[in-house]
Design a protein around this ligand. Structure first.
Ligand code: SF4
Ligand code: MSK
Length: 661
């Protein structure tokens, strides 16, 4: 576990900006997670970290030791039952966070279709293609009419009480749909699956770990193929599907002579409205009146990734840096909504000019100022929030911005972009990607997703990414992992220099980074769609489990990461985590890490060291290649001019790179 001193002495490039900030006098009274880790001075509870502490009823809490007769729960619950129940509840908590977020997005989408928000339906092509999935008629209809019908059906997916599977499941490969049907894990309603987990894990209900885990799968699939996918797709339709663009990340994006407003959390409706308000003449004039040159909006965590992907607005900090961003003393307001906001940010700003502005009735904080974000008056709410921030500018005292700590990134790799990035405008398809995998120029795809975590070095993401691309594996990234990779320059085409020869040639020919930033943590659903598209394109098997692809969340922190990991495994894609709170139960842990393979064609893997995670990922990809028989077609194919022309027929120059600055 890292301490502040370790952070200060860390050679890790990702810590550089944080370290610079923490060294300043103005930061000396700011207590960060590093200080609290040091002060707590206690090791994590063994029962908690191995998944065998139960407090599901008031006869406990019970700490269970697997295999010791008297060390079962007072009710007789065994280690396997307790660990499976705890795992299921973690999945349910993660899925509920995505579900509640997605519901807000769908409601905002409906209000937009009705003309009740300052936003509009931007991506009509995507609207039409999603309408098809939901059997909504598009011919001769106005975009808002289509969106309204689509939105209402989407909303019904949350509270559905029928036993029909969620509509979006039919987007998965047919073979996968069959697996789910046979196992009986097709999710029915987004909310229902969370409720059922909570019921089945209540004292005295489901006591068989495999049966409990079936419901974990169903709940996680309701997240991945249900709520998260709905959120991503409707957000794209409303705010525009991301396309490649250049932008910047890290604390150096804050500006000394401007009102700095960071937006932190997850819901794009708030962030997009703030973007509109920040361009408003009246707001800019107010900022100037206070002596600032203007308003500088920057992101933190996944809300940051949403506006980074769509607008090229810079990301100041990932999860692990939120306290350091405040410690600069240069932020007038940190506007927050839901998820991943550390309670310490309120405490840090108590004696500073900075306001923490909470905006969602679900998430208020001690020392926060609450200004509700009303979707019916989105612009009005956003202006009220910005006004509060602007009026703090004159109160700003000494500040320190590590000006050189900002890195270029190329972002905006939606699954649609990948579709025509390699395929070209005139033949957009996953064929070239599949072909490149089949001929071995690209060995496979590795997803690096999830959070940062003070428990492990932030270098984990970087070590893994560098090892993968060195071995010609294309990396896709989301969430705070993507921000961490961006902070060291891996999300630029220039990072091709770290790749093995054949991946480097592909990247250089197309002009793409070897690490593709695909968005926020909700946007992991983009990866599900990309994997499905690869299957449907042909040549790489007929299910997700056949693909040479694997994911990792090496520094996971949030319960959402476990829900994501489980929907990937239940969808046939393997994952590797650094730890999993299931090790105290032999049979259940073995089920997750070995036996799920027979049913789902994928398992959870655990590896402590980042380099071992990378090795596991490479091994898994190579063994899928062997099984597909594509290694026989030639190990490494270097491109001649014709191949380059073929690949370069489309590419980022066709897609258009929209410079952020
Ligand atoms: Fe203990 Fe059983 Fe109650 Fe859990 S449900 S706290 S194991 S008695
Ligand atoms: S914000 S869930 S720390 S990715 Fe999505 Fe980052 Fe993980 Fe929160």
């Amino acid at each position: 576990m890292a301490t502040r001193n370790e952070c200060e002495g860390c050679a890790d490039m990702t810590c550089a900006s944080s370290k610079l900030v923490l060294e300043q006098d103005i930061a000396k009274d700011v207590r960060t997670a590093y200080d609290r880790i040091e002060a707590r001075g206690m090791a994590a509870c063994l029962f908690g970290s191995s998944g065998t502490c139960c407090r599901n009823c008031n006869m406990g809490p019970c700490q269970i030791i697997d295999g010791v007769e008297d060390m079962v729960g007072v009710c007789g619950a065994t280690a396997d039952t307790v660990a499976a129940r705890n795992f299921a509840r973690t999945v349910a908590a993660g899925a509920s966070a995505h579900g509640d977020h997605a519901r807000e997005m769908v409601k905002g989408f409906i209000e937009t279709a009705k003309g009740n928000t300052p936003h509009e339906i931007k991506d009509v092509e995507k609207l039409h293609s999603l309408a098809q999935v939901f059997d909504v008629e598009v011919e001769g209809r106005d975009k808002n009419e289509i969106a309204l019908e689509l939105g209402e059906i989407a909303l019904s997916q949350f509270g559905s009480q029928t036993d029909e599977p969620l509509i979006m499941l039919k987007r998965a490969p047919e073979k996968r749909q069959k697996v789910w049907k046979e196992l009986g894990v097709e999710p029915r309603g987004v909310d229902r699956e969370v409720v059922e987990v909570m019921h089945r894990t209540h004292m005295g209900v489901d006591q068989e770990y495999k049966n409990i885990t079936l419901q974990s799968s169903r709940c996680s699939l309701a997240d991945g193929w249900g709520s998260s996918m709905l959120s991503t797709e409707l957000t794209d339709i409303m705010f525009g599907t991301p396309v490649p663009r250049r932008a910047q990340v890290d604390l150096g994006v804050l500006k000394e002579d401007m009102v700095n407003v960071t937006v932190h959390g997850h819901e794009p409706l708030l962030a997009e409205s703030l973007c509109l308000a920040a361009q408003d003449e009246e707001m800019i004039a107010l900022a100037k009146k206070q002596g600032a040159k203007g308003i500088n909006l920057a992101g933190v965590c996944c809300t940051g990734n949403e506006i980074l992907m769509r607008r090229g607005i810079p990301v100041a900090a990932g999860y692990i840096q939120q306290e350091m961003a405040l410690a600069t003393g240069a932020i007038e307001a940190m506007v927050v909504d839901v998820q991943c906001i550390m309670q310490s940010v309120g405490e840090i700003t108590r004696n500073m000019h900075t306001d923490i502005i909470t905006t969602n009735y679900r998430a208020k904080m001690p020392y926060g100022v609450h200004i509700p974000f009303e979707e019916h008056d989105a612009l009005g709410s956003a202006k009220a929030i910005l006004t509060k921030a602007i009026m703090n500018y004159k109160k700003r005292g000494k500040c320190f911005i590590p000006k050189d700590s900002k890195l270029d990134v190329m972002v905006g790799f939606s699954h649609e972009t990948i579709n025509y990035m390699l395929g070209g405008r005139f033949r957009k398809s996953y064929r070239p990607l599949n072909d490149n995998i089949m001929n071995g120029r690209i060995r496979g795809v590795g997803a690096i997703v999830g959070c940062d975590n003070f428990k492990v070095t932030d270098e984990a993401h970087i070590i893994i990414a560098k090892e993968l691309i060195k071995n010609n594996i294309l990396v896709v990234a989301t969430g705070c992992a993507a921000t961490a990779l961006g902070r060291v320059g891996l999300c630029t085409p220039e990072a091709a220099k770290y790749c093995g020869d054949s991946l480097r040639e592909v990247c250089e020919t197309v002009g793409m980074p070897p690490v593709l930033h695909m968005g926020s943590c909700v946007d992991n659903s983009r990866i599900l769609i990309a994997l499905t598209a690869m299957v449907q394109e042909g040549g790489l098997g007929d299910d997700i489990t056949d693909l040479p692809a694997i994911g990792t969340a090496p520094s996971w922190m949030s319960e959402k990461a476990v829900a994501i990991g489980h929907y990937f495994v239940s969808s046939g894609a393997q994952v590797v985590f650094q730890d999993l709170a299931t090790t105290g139960s032999k049979a259940f842990h073995k089920y997750l890490t070995e036996n799920m393979m027979e049913e789902y064609g994928a398992v959870w893997n655990v590896a402590k060291e980042p380099i071992d995670i990378a090795k596991k990922m490479i091994e898994a990809i190579e063994s899928k290649r062997e099984a597909l028989g594509i290694n026989k077609q030639g190990e490494r194919v270097l491109m001649d001019m014709e191949m380059r022309r073929d690949l370069g027929g489309g590419g980022l120059t066709d897609v258009g790179c929209h410079g952020a600055e």
